[in-house]
Design a protein. Structure first.
Length: 404
């Protein structure tokens, strides 16, 4: 008989660690394959990392080997951290960081001269610099004032010439970091806008298909309607991601749009901001639709759901609208920005069928009117939201028809 000695739960903890390591390794492998195969965030991260390393090496060479400066550490340090996600961000942070480094160097040197002791100089300068780090003008670069003060006092180089060297090296590193970021494959974040728009359109279509399936089968209740509402709430979070991507897109084109158009390095046919507003309205209509269904499914509320036959017709209408949304998502990721001309989806045929479904629903609405306001209110509201979605999901043909 053998006796195993060990702490309880050791094997379970080891298995969890092994599983966590396996997942991380798999994620790293997927990121490497993605960086090699197609343009995307993974490849952008590789490019930015190599550019930061190039900036640091170049700054060290210029400061140490070319200029022969014995305090060459500051130049590669500053150059490394200033290769940011946008050229404008690099330039803005260069000004903030250089100002913070100047403040830290000067205040630490003054504190050393006043106290004559490194510990006293740290106690005098660092608290003030940490307060200064929270000044909004410094952004997230204010902490470099305190770290520079610690570095200055630890090195013991607090003379006027040492201060001048350190400030000059910081300026040199900032210039090199910004120059490398601006001239070597400058980052432009246009792909994120298109991908976020496509994801929003696709998820809106999936939400409409999910609601259509529940209404068509007749197997839905208050809990199901609550799930639909939560699905619509996730669309709003996707809208927030789109707004963030649009902001990055605008910033990445500042100071780089002209040179990039000359070099034709990246496509600049990013969808217009009017598309953001249009899909934001689609999100609002999907949210309103799901909330109407949630109210109708609540037994404690006066409005009642329409009859099953009308809901099946409405489900088909939502299915067509979902197809239109998903088709536009495919179009956004394809060659064109208009998803109405995507294989498997014919806009004109969908328009004709939706016209027929709308006429049938309007007839159902008249029939429901004879049964009381409770059923009529819900069906009328649902039909209104479908009309709104129709106008936004298929804007071209529908608006032309209204203009005529």
């Amino acid at each position: 008989m053998s006796i195993r000695v060990g702490k309880p739960g050791t094997e379970g903890a080891g298995a969890r660690w092994a599983e966590a390591v396996r997942r991380e390794a798999a994620a790293a492998g997927r990121a490497v394959r993605a960086a090699r195969s197609t343009p995307g965030r993974e490849r952008d991260l590789v490019v930015q990392s190599l550019k930061a390393a190039l900036a640091a090496v170049l700054a060290w060479f210029v400061a140490s080997d070319w200029l022969g400066d014995p305090m060459a550490l500051m130049a590669p340090w500053v150059a490394l951290v200033l290769v940011q996600a946008t050229v404008y961000g690099s330039l803005r942070q260069a000004a903030q960081q250089w100002t913070a480094i100047c403040a830290g160097t000067l205040l630490a040197s003054a504190a050393q001269a006043l106290t004559g002791d490194t510990l006293g100089a740290l106690a005098l300068s660092v608290p003030l610099l940490m307060l200064l780090a929270h000044w909004p003008r410094f952004g997230d670069q204010g902490i470099y004032a305190a770290t520079t003060a610690v570095f200055t006092l630890a090195s013991g180089a607090v003379s006027a010439s040492a201060v001048g060297h350190r400030v000059g090296q910081a300026a040199l590193g900032a210039v090199i970091g910004v120059a490398v970021n601006a001239l070597v494959l400058p980052p432009v974040h246009l792909r994120d806008v298109r991908e976020n728009l496509a994801a929003l359109a696709r998820e809106a279509g999936e939400a409409l298909h999910e609601v259509a399936a529940g209404l068509r089968d007749g197997e839905w209740d208050a809990a199901t309607a609550a799930d639909w509402s939560r699905r619509a709430d996730r669309l709003e979070r996707r809208c927030e991601g789109l707004r963030s991507a649009r902001s990055w897109s605008r910033e990445s084109l500042r100071l780089t749009a002209g040179p990039l158009r000359a070099l034709h390095r990246v496509p600049l046919d990013v969808p217009p901001e009017s598309e953001d507003a249009r899909w934001g309205r689609v999100t609002d209509h999907v949210t309103a639709l799901t909330r109407t269904l949630a109210v109708a499914a609540d037994d404690d509320r006066a409005p009642a759901p329409p009859r099953a036959a009308a809901l099946r017709v409405y489900a088909r209408l939502l299915e067509l609208l979902g197809d239109a949304c998903e088709a536009q998502a495919e179009g956004l990721l394809g060659a064109g920005a208009d998803g109405a001309e995507v294989e498997g989806f014919e806009a004109e045929r969908a328009e004709a069928e939706m016209e027929e479904l709308r006429a049938r629903l309007q007839g159902s609405l008249r029939d429901h009117a004879g049964q009381g306001a409770a059923h009529t209110a819900v069906l009328g509201t649902l039909l209104l939201q479908a009309e709104n979605l129709w106008v936004e999901a298929l804007p071209g043909a529908r608006r032309e028809e209204r203009a005529e």
